[in-house]
Design a protein around this ligand. Structure first.
Ligand SMILES: C[S@@+](CC[C@H](N)C(=O)[O-])C[C@H]1O[C@@H](n2cnc3c(N)ncnc32)[C@H](O)[C@@H]1O
Length: 215
């Protein structure tokens, strides 16, 4: 059977729509009541509250709530699953209007060039098992982040699970994740986190903190 890119993109969206339609978000394995590490890394590289921050594959994460609580004024959440964004907006109520919401596949989304100071991704890049998708991700990241801006990209560590949400993932060391993003990023730091899932399992994550450079 020939599967073309648009079929893959469609099945990706259908998969994630179904995940969020069918479940309580506090029960999904990646649920975090407090995304403390993400927040501290963002605050470290973007102390100014007018920084432009995008959480790609943000889903229904409460990171947007915490960023708004902290006073950030330019927060965007992008996700392929509109039902996930709807859940986050519902939770925020009137405050949802303080953030920007983009329902799109990050591999094809038309993001504004150099529009963001910080790109945050927790557990999205690791789903890209095809090299052309990883290349496309790197291109989108290079396009959307300003020169000198930062990316925080995290996914399962090499001793983490081989699958997430029923999908195969690629597991990384800080160095292999850095290399997979392609040219134009300096690896400033990396951290490991032992994520506890709602059912009590431990999932090791690696977080990379990168700076975008050109030339
Ligand atoms: C494991 S969840 C992580 C959610 C969130 N980052 C967190 O930490 O709670 C992966 C998220 O990525 C989204 N996603 C998967 N592939 C995507 C893509 N190609 N473009 C945009 N979002 C995507 C899914 O809908 C889902 O919300």
């Amino acid at each position: 059977m020939i599967v073309c890119d648009s079929d893959l993109a469609m099945s990706r969206r259908e998969h994630w729509d179904a995940v969020y339609r069918g479940r309580d978000v506090s029960e999904v394995s990646w649920y975090q009541p407090e995304p403390a590490l993400s927040l501290s890394l963002i605050r470290r590289v973007a102390p100014a509250l007018d920084a432009s921050i995008i959480d790609v594959g943000g889903g229904a994460s409460v990171l947007v709530d915490r960023l708004l609580d902290a006073g950030y004024r330019h927060v965007t959440v992008l996700d392929i699953a509109e039902p996930a964004l709807a859940l986050a907006r519902q939770r925020l109520g009137a405050r949802a209007a303080e953030a920007r919401w983009i329902a799109a596949d990050l591999l094809t989304a038309e993001l504004e060039r150099a529009a963001y100071d910080v790109w945050h991704d927790r557990a999205v890049f690791h789903f890209l098992t095809r090299s052309e998708d990883r290349r496309q991700y790197g291109d989108s990241l290079r396009h959307a982040i300003r020169d000198g801006g930062h990316a925080i990209v995290s996914g399962f560590a090499t001793d983490g699970p081989a699958r997430c949400s029923g999908l195969e993932v690629v597991r990384y060391t800080p160095e292999s994740l850095h290399a997979a993003l392609g040219k134009g990023f300096e690896l400033l730091d990396s951290t490991r986190e032992e994520h506890r899932t709602p059912s009590g399992a431990t999932q090791p994550f690696v977080y990379c903190l990168l700076r975008r450079y050109t030339g």
